[in-house]
Ligand binder design. Structure first.
Ligand code: H2B
Length: 96
């Protein structure tokens, strides 16, 4: 499985089992995060941005006050790939 090949339904199911809080919504890997304040939420986004930049993979996300809604997909491949799974795991680590 290449990092940029779209995951099959069964590969996606398997990956989701290990990925706390994430689901598939409208064909994208989706999770909502909630923090104790806007500053906590924005700090998280800043840490994720540095990781995203180093791996060349950027989230679609929206922040309102202390909440962040994230959708991950690989535009270059036209679907969900291991790059999305990888970034989702990183985001879970950074949200702890
Ligand atoms: C050239 C550049 O690395 C690519 O366009 C990267 C940038 N960030 C990206 N981010 C996401 N989420 N999907 C991509 O396919 C993607 N491609």
């Amino acid at each position: 499985m290449n990092a940029l090949s779209i995951l099959s339904a069964s590969e996606l199911d398997l990956a989701l089992q290990e990925l706390q809080g994430w689901s598939i919504e409208r064909g994208k890997l989706h999770r909502q995060f909630q923090f104790s304040s806007f500053v906590e939420a924005f700090g998280f986004m800043t840490r994720v941005a540095l990781v995203a930049e180093t791996i060349g993979h950027h989230p679609e996300w929206c922040n309102v006050y202390n909440r962040i809604s994230v959708d991950l997909t690989t535009h270059d491949a036209g679907g969900i790939t291991m790059n999305d799974i990888h970034l989702a795991h990183k985001m879970n680590e950074l949200a702890e």
